[in-house]
Design a protein around this ligand. Structure first.
Ligand code: NAG
Ligand code: NAG
Length: 402
């Protein structure tokens, strides 16, 4: 989109008499410009592109009048002073169809807080949510048995005791994506994380459900600011289908489970982290950043790789005790010392090494698109809950040349 800034006797604008002074021409002297044929008014046309406003927020460049009409807040100037950097901040109960809208927590937080986000135009396919800040109450940390399960289902006659640890029982953040799979619902501390969501003609709703009493945890000092950017269907930075997160322009970086800042992964996750294959790179390798940066479905404190069927399921008889939660690295290349191929599914306290172990391995894959998938079910077994088996992960990735 573009804005027209008119100065002088703009009222005399005659239809069809449309001429444009590009911003690049602003360098010409005021004298010169005044000397133009129709000097009684100037029309300046500029892109409604991103701009940097105050308080480290991004806005969109509009004329002062347009910004007011669109209920934005002018914050500094842009387009050589012809526009204002227009910032869109919304809070509970509001709606926005502006690109780059901030969803902010505001005061008196309680109950349900929703923001409805609609497409800025029909050619929008995705939203990118950047959690500039994101603190709500974390998941339950209770390792107390509340039920018994077999094959992942609660059953009175079963023997595997389960706990509520990792369940978001107090606060929950969710995003709808009508007609498409929604990203996983999350809680806890997630500042600096991001999420991609497919847009819908029925709009997307971002909801915080905030409990009045802490369940298995204490109520956090809640605060959030989420930057919501709308991506056109042909945007080169649009995430591939099915990605919860997308990292691009990075040969190296770190990825982590949601709420890793509280060192506890969440229940009911399907977090598909995609990493763009950068030019000239053919392989990606992953390793925990620190020794304690891996803990998924571990029932012993030296648990590494046990058997290909140990993770991402409950075993053939449904009585597996380490649990379903796992990390999947498609195309993982990991042949053990014993000659066993460890496959692509990982859990335990140590990545990719034969049990018992106290060291991690670096796991590489050449399968594109580069991605890792974190899966978790609705509960933790009491045994894993008592250990560090539900920490989640923080992995460093590195792409390697062909
Ligand atoms: C967004 O805002 C930040 C901080 O004000 C600024 O550094 C950055 O350049 C802005 N981005 C764009 C695209 O204007
Ligand atoms: C929305 O703004 C971002 C920058 O904040 C920009 O990259 C993106 O192209 C814009 N989307 C549309 C549809 O203009």
């Amino acid at each position: 989109m573009r804005s027209l800034f008119m100065s002088g006797l703009a009222g005399f604008l005659v239809l069809g008499l449309f001429f444009k002074i590009c911003l690049t021409e602003n360098m010409e002297s005021e004298e010169n410009r005044k000397g133009k044929l129709l000097s009684i008014f100037n029309i300046i046309q500029f892109e409604n592109g991103p701009c940097a406003g105050s308080e480290s927020k991004n806005g969109t460049c509009y004329t002062k009048e347009e910004c007011k009409t669109r209920s934005g807040t002018a914050s500094g100037t842009c387009a050589s002073g012809y526009g204002v950097c227009c910032i869109f901040s919304k809070t509970c109960g509001q709606q926005s169809s502006e690109n780059c809208t901030y969803f902010e927590s505001g005061r008196n937080l309680a109950g349900s807080c929703e923001l409805k986000v609609c497409k800025a135009d029909s050619n929008i396919c995705q939203l990118r949510l950047d959690f500039d800040s994101f603190v709500i109450s974390g998941p339950s940390t209770s390792a107390t048995s509340y039920a018994k399960t077999v094959a992942g289902s609660v059953s009175a006659g079963a023997t595997n005791e389960i706990a509520t640890k990792t369940q978001c029982l107090t606060d929950l953040f969710s995003v709808t994506s009508p007609g498409n799979p929604a990203p996983p619902s999350i809680c806890g501390s997630n500042s600096g994380e991001h999420m991609y969501v497919d847009t819908s003609d029925a709009c997307n709703t971002l909801t915080f459900q905030l409990g009045s009493t802490g369940i298995g945890t204490t109520i956090a000092n809640r605060q959030w600011s989420i930057k919501i950017v709308q991506l056109a269907c042909d945007d080169e930075n649009r995430a591939p289908p099915g990605c919860t997160q997308y990292y691009y322009g990075l040969n190296a970086g770190t990825i982590q489970t949601f709420n890793y800042q509280n060192e506890q992964h969440l229940a009911n996750q399907r977090q598909n982290v995609c990493i763009r294959q950068e030019r000239g790179q053919c392989q990606i390798c992953y390793a925990p950043v620190a020794e304690t940066d891996f803990g998924i479905s571990s029932v012993i404190d030296t648990m590494g790789f046990i058997g290909a069927s140990m993770c991402c399921g409950y075993g053939e008889d449904g009585a597996g005790m380490s649990g379903f939660d796992c990390l999947v690295i498609p195309g993982a290349q990991n042949v053990m010392k014993t000659g066993i191929d460890a496959g692509s599914q990982f859990c335990g306290l140590f990545l990719g090494e034969m049990s018992p172990t106290t060291t991690h391995k670096t796991i590489c894959s050449s399968q594109t698109p580069f991605s890792v998938l974190f899966l978790s079910d609705n509960f933790e077994f009491v045994d894993e809950a008592g250990l560090k088996g539900s920490t989640g992960f923080k992995l460093a990735f590195q792409q390697n040349k062909c």
